[in-house]
Design a protein around this ligand. Structure first.
Ligand SMILES: [Mg+2]
Length: 236
């Protein structure tokens, strides 16, 4: 495979008009671990819904996640739940671990073109997280799991829906994500792809290179510092 680049080369981004960001573990770092709270809320929801012990509920939650891409999708297909109630419950979390990050805001603001959040979570969750980071105002729109008809990334139809809704020319767009599998379709659509690794990249490098195999040719860039990456681009 071609190794992903680490520092942004200006020419690789000169044609970009639309900047697309995943939310969780991308716009804030992995170590903040908001997901631990969401994860617990989802377990509690499954436990109450199906009257299961915590461990059983957790196993089912994880099974649905692996089989359907999100726990929500598994619950909708198998139990016909109301997705809005589930999303509200899952995202009833404490956002205080997210601190304002003005440098990140400046770096996003300085990017030429439109900026989007594209998340498998909900709009209220994305707004709350981005607001806590102090970066919400820099985004043109948020495309969430509701807009995606509850079909999560990495389904191709969901990227198509996003691109057509916002008239994004994917050949002139860049995507930032922490999950390698969610960058496959973007790369196939001609997008520039940037994978966010947990901090510190050097510590996880060996592990990551194992994760990044021959099949991971769809990752153009790898970074553990979104703000540093974007600031370097803005300074081009
Ligand atoms: Mg993510």
């Amino acid at each position: 495979m071609t190794k992903p680049k680490r520092s942004p080369v200006a020419a690789d981004f000169a044609h970009i008009r639309d900047w697309v960001f995943d939310l969780d573990n991308t716009l804030y770092p992995h170590h903040v671990n908001l997901f631990a709270q969401i994860d617990q809320n989802m377990t509690a929801y499954v436990s109450e819904l199906l009257q299961l012990e915590r461990e059983e509920a957790r196993a089912l939650q994880k099974r649905y996640y692996h089989e359907h891409g999100t726990t929500l999708q598994g619950l909708m297909l198998n139990h016909g739940i109301n997705p809005d109630a589930f999303l509200e419950r899952a995202h009833a979390i404490d956002y205080s671990a997210l601190l304002p990050h003005p440098e990140l805001g400046e770096a996003i603001k300085a990017l030429p073109g439109r900026k989007f959040i594209f998340t498998n979570g909900s709009v209220p969750h994305a707004e709350a997280a981005a607001r806590a980071l102090g970066i919400l105002d820099h985004f043109d729109d948020i495309f969430d799991i509701v807009a995606a008809d509850y079909i999560p990334k990495p389904a191709g139809a969901t990227y198509d829906k996003f691109a057509s809704l916002h008239r994004v020319d994917t050949r002139h767009a860049a995507m930032f994500e922490d999950l390698p599998r969610n960058l496959k379709v973007p790369k196939a659509l001609g997008m520039r792809t940037v994978l966010l690794a947990p901090r510190n990249l050097d510590d996880v490098l060996v592990e990551r290179w194992e994760v990044l195999s021959e099949e991971d040719d769809h990752i153009d860039y790898l970074t553990d510092d979104l703000q540093g990456f974007l600031s370097a681009l803005a300074a081009r």
